[in-house]
Design a protein around this ligand. Structure first.
Ligand SMILES: [Zn+2]
Length: 700
């Protein structure tokens, strides 16, 4: 996931008074053009939090004036007097917003959250002022209508189409009264989505599981015990505190043998945003849904889902639903089989209970051990961060000819961040920033950011990308080791980075990762597949320098699709609920009832709950990036498995010709080509689902 600037992290308790920067705008480092080597780099060493609000407001004001100048141009609209200046305005705005999103995701605090809360409705208002500028849209519309008879390049034609459809999608073609209502809706919507995230944060920060009896730590991994101790110290509590975040709660319910504690933890975790208190999200959700449906109706769509999918690769909700149901059925069948096997373990142990959601992960681990004699933790000593990084670099060279060399003296926002120059045949391709470790104020999970988008509208501009994750940093003198799924995440995010670095287009709006949401995870997901190639596994050594033993590799591969029934079911339950929610034409939803009814109708196994229950489903309620779009991961996954097969059908994962074709047709084209066509250009045909089902072990 990347580029969701409204997603918050860290504490929200009291909002202090706000002091804006006294610097003149020209000297404001957030607002100013970047200077330094490599065509300028982010001025991380100069920024103060007080700079953000004036910079964002200044950037919006400047942009509005510039848009108005385009609109007021007495000359007839042309590509160069309309499209080009609009592209330049976006670049300036994005530069400012990007720096704010970096602080918001990596160094958040109360001040940053205050800026977000103040700015979210203003940004929504700003966007509407641009989209609803009639003279501006008329120019765009004129260009759009003559795009087929013009002498433009295919990329220019696509750019005009892209702007036009996104203006129309946001209501540019509506009448005055409709526009007014849409603007009201958008402003309120922005307030509500910010409210949703901030409510969620309250529950994630404040609720927790306190353990006071040392005996209850039995079975937990050492690192979890350590972090629980630290968490308790931080909160001035005696004992151990399991924080209310996925990275603490999930391992806790996976390893804690005490069933009552598992239940307690699981209930705290799945009740985020649903506690009937001040931070309850249920009413917020209902209002968001109502506004979304109303706005989609005004835009002329049957439902929000129809509106949202109109510019996606899937194109219609039906197409997305069809794919989801194709995978849902074999997934729940697999769950039935796994639950039966787990129940046998419970019965053999004379447990005297039926597997409940808080038991699933715990008994799945037991089943994994019984079936494959394999413990995921046994590979961890071989997953040293520096080795994984070296392996990723090696992969990038082998596939795309990219070479990485570390740079010193480039400003960073935290001492843990490292910067690399990326070259191909000695020519600089771009920069890659890496921020691997968890810290206070950094949002959870892993993501990629495009710090600067590749383009050629003012010289040959180099892309700058970053990868950020939340690995637990090792103590002094030790090497950081990560889990297998963390390693997959590293390759995944690096895939997004390679997508950004491979970009080779003219117009920034169409560059790099600016593709349809249901396509963008494809270039990242496919790179996960290179992690388990023998060439990469050779890089993985333990502290003694021994390579990951073949015996473990074999077990790892045999167990690769284990628990896919669970993972697919919990994910798809969320994706299906997301789509069905947004298909309602006149929503008035009680989230609890809706979840229950929808999941009952789908035949959801009672031993599993949704990966994200509605009151905590930040993907779809913290903003609009993934709303009616959570299916995107599955959609991209189909493309990923089918595309990787193209390598296997040739000489293997490092087949030079296929890699070249992949980079040329998928990684470098950004959004200059329709995503369905781009896939066909690479694969020679439309994508097939079979490779995905095989990878999950659902079919042979
Ligand atoms: Zn991703």
């Amino acid at each position: 996931m990347f580029k969701i600037w409204s997603l918050l992290s860290a504490m929200l308790i009291v909002i202090p008074g706000w002091a804006a920067s006294k610097k003149p705008l020209k000297e404001n480092p957030v607002f100013a053009e970047w200077t330094g080597p490599y065509q300028g780099v982010p001025p991380f060493d100069k920024i103060e939090v007080d700079d953000f609000q004036p910079a964002i407001e200044g950037a919006m004001k400047k942009a509005l004036a510039e848009y108005q100048a385009i609109a007021d141009n007495p000359e007839a609209p042309t590509f160069s007097n309309t499209m080009l200046p609009m592209e330049r305005i976006s670049l300036d705005l994005e530069r400012v917003m990007l720096l704010f999103s970096i602080w918001n995701s990596n160094l958040s605090n109360e001040e940053i959250q205050k800026v977000e809360k103040d700015m979210a409705p203003k940004l929504a208002e700003f966007e509407d002022q641009v989209v609803q500028n009639k003279k501006l849209f008329d120019r765009l519309d004129t260009l759009y209508k003559k795009r087929t008879i013009s002498q433009w390049s295919p990329e220019q034609e696509r750019l005009v189409w892209d702007y036009h459809q996104s203006f129309v999608k946001k209501g540019a073609a509506l009448n005055k009264k409709q526009k007014k209502r849409v603007a009201e809706i958008n402003k309120r919507h922005a307030e509500l989505t910010t409210q949703f995230s901030q409510n969620l944060l309250v529950d994630e920060n404040e609720d927790h599981l306190l353990i006071t009896n040392e005996k209850d730590l039995k079975g937990l991994p050492q690192w979890l015990i350590q972090s629980a101790k630290q968490e308790a110290d931080k909160r001035n509590k005696k004992g151990w505190v399991i924080g209310n975040t996925r990275s603490s709660m999930e391992p806790f319910v996976t390893y804690c043998p005490n069933r009552d504690l598992r239940e307690k933890a699981f209930k705290i975790w799945t009740a985020r945003g649903d506690n009937g208190n001040k931070s309850d999200n249920n009413k917020v959700i209902n209002e968001i849904l109502k506004l979304r449906a109303e706005r989609s109706k005004i835009m002329g769509y049957d439902s929000y889902a129809h509106w949202q999918l109109s510019d996606k690769m899937a194109k219609t909700p039906q197409q997305a639903m069809q794919l989801m149901m194709k995978v849902w059925k074999p997934a729940i069948k697999q769950v039935d089989k796994d639950v039966a096997a787990m129940q046998k373990i419970v019965d053999k142990e004379k447990g005297g209970f039926k597997i409940a959601p808080w038991d699933y992960r715990f008994y799945a681990e037991k089943l994994r051990k019984a079936r494959y004699d394999f413990d995921m933790d046994s590979v961890k000593p071989y997953l040293q961060l520096p080795n994984l990084q070296a392996a990723m670099f090696w992969m990038a060279k082998e596939l795309y000819g990219f070479e990485f060399s570390k740079l010193e003296d480039i400003p960073v926002f935290h001492p843990d961040v490292t910067v690399f120059k990326v070259t191909k045949k000695n020519k600089t391709v771009g920069l890659w920033y890496f921020d691997p470790y968890a810290r206070q104020g950094k949002r959870s999970g892993a993501w990629m950011n495009a710090y600067r988008i590749q383009h050629r509208i003012s010289g040959d501009v180099l892309p700058i990308v970053s990868n950020n994750s939340n690995f637990v940093k090792a103590g002094e003198g030790e090497t950081t080791k990560v889990s297998w799924s963390d390693a997959e995440t590293m390759f995944h995010e690096f895939g997004h980075a390679l997508h950004g670095l491979s970009s080779n287009v003219t117009y920034p709006s169409l560059a790099g990762t600016s593709t349809a949401r249901d396509f963008v995870e494809f270039p990242s997901q496919i790179h996960e597949d290179w992690l388990s190639t023998p060439e990469v596994l050779k890089f993985l050594t333990n502290d003694e320098g021994e390579v990951l033993p073949q015996k473990l590799v074999k077990k790892l591969k045999r167990a690769a699709s284990f628990n896919e029934g669970f993972a697919t079911t919990e994910y798809l339950a969320s994706a299906l609920v997301d789509m069905k929610l947004h298909l309602i034409e006149k929503p008035d939803v009680n989230p609890k009832n809706f979840e229950k009814q929808t999941l009952d109708d789908l035949g959801m196994p009672s031993e599993i709950v949704m990966r994200h229950r509605m009151p905590q489903f930040a993907h779809i309620f913290s903003g609009e990036g993934y709303s009616a779009g959570y299916y995107s991961y599955l959609w991209s996954d189909v493309l990923r498995h089918d595309a990787f097969k193209a390598f296997l059908e040739a000489k293997g994962p490092y087949d030079k010709a296929v890699a070249k074709r992949f980079q040329k047709n998928i990684l470098s084209v950004g959004n200059t080509v329709d995503p369905g066509q781009a896939f066909k250009n690479f694969r020679g045909r439309a994508p097939k689902v079979k490779a995905l089902l095989q990878s999950k072990g659902f079919v042979r």
